[in-house]
Ligand binder design. Sequence first.
Ligand SMILES: *Cc1c(COP(=O)(O)O)cnc(C)c1O
Length: 422
Amino acid sequence: MTYLPALKDTDPTIRDLIITEEKREWDKMRLIPSENYASHAVMEATGSCLTNKYSEGYAKKRYYEGQQVVDEVELLAIERAKEVFNMPHANVQPYSGSPANMAVYHAVLEHGDTIMGLALPHGGHLTHGWKVNFSGKTYHSSPYELDQETELLNYDKILEQAREVKPKMIIAGYTAYPRTIDWTKFREICDEVGAYFHADTSHITGLIAGGVHPSPYPMADTGITTSHKTLRGPRGALIVCKEEHAEKIDKAIMPGLQGGPHNNTTAAIAVALKESQTPEFKAYAAQIVANAKALAEKLNSHGFRLVTGGTDNHLILFETQASKGISGRDAAKALDTAGIVTNCNTVPFDPNPPFKPSGVRIGTPAITSRGMKEDEMAKLGDWMSEAIDNASDEAVLKRIAGEVEELCQSFPCPGITPENWQ
Ligand SMILES: *Cc1c(COP(=O)(O)O)cnc(C)c1O
């Protein structure tokens, strides 16, 4: 049977591009820590007729008729979100993580209020108050930084800064922080200075759902997560909050910021939340961390300096400039040629500019979804070191790419079926 038969008729160019991307995702070791492989079940819900329906508003309070099915889908996603995150209210309509944060700020802050999030070059997200982002322009941002000595969160210093600048909100949860976050410390700091505690668990939600990272709930006042990172769902996001913020949060999403929700995505989020409660997912979450620790150890043994010295979660940030005399960008480019996909990243207190940073950021969520374990991490660490040491030797990089591709054939990607390409 022909694969993607309708696309073959209508738009063979897009069909070819999709198949080429499937092959890329199959043949490479994908180490970008925010990426993953969504399951076939998640893909089916995402590609369903639910994409056809308009349903502005909320269940039983919609503007258009014909919501018999969509209301059930959304209510189920909400119930599952409340249960997984142990919070009394959930909104599953945000289009993605950035608008989810925007909606939370819109709901509980006034323009010009002071917010404190981790500075972007230290591992914070753009939407946590960085100056070029709406969050840094609409609100008065006073970013906190990591400790220069340890490269860890320094809760005493964060408290000191909070006492000084009196933020209305403190944001915790990061895009490039390899260590466990002590949410109770943030709750205490927020209580001490009268700030809202907003948790953004986008990167680590799968670890939280799988029980291998502590949860900020029900401690946090508000929280968001993307659904497509360690949670392994569709591209999307959700918000959870305490009951007192529920109405304002819902209004901030609709009519405040968005129109009709993406019901196909909502259904796929419900599927991902269900999958996250299985014993298999628990094992998956634990293996993500075990793999990250094994890979970190290997890279360390090859002389790469690891930010904070290692990892507690899915993510490793390692230094290449001082360790190996090559920029993070050039290292990431060499790795990509060698079939290992990463991204360059600043390290805390990076002496180099953001477009040529000193480090590389990697993570194990996607390769762990393929069933790779510690043995594969050891090989991967060796290949990475060899590729970076031979960054300008095309022949070495191509040879490694061949070996990577061969290994990948034994580790099927969820959601992709190579037999389709025959
Ligand atoms: C990925 C991420 C986001 C933004 O998600 P998008 O879906 O890309 O808008 C927000 N916060 C954190 C901490 C993230 O890691």
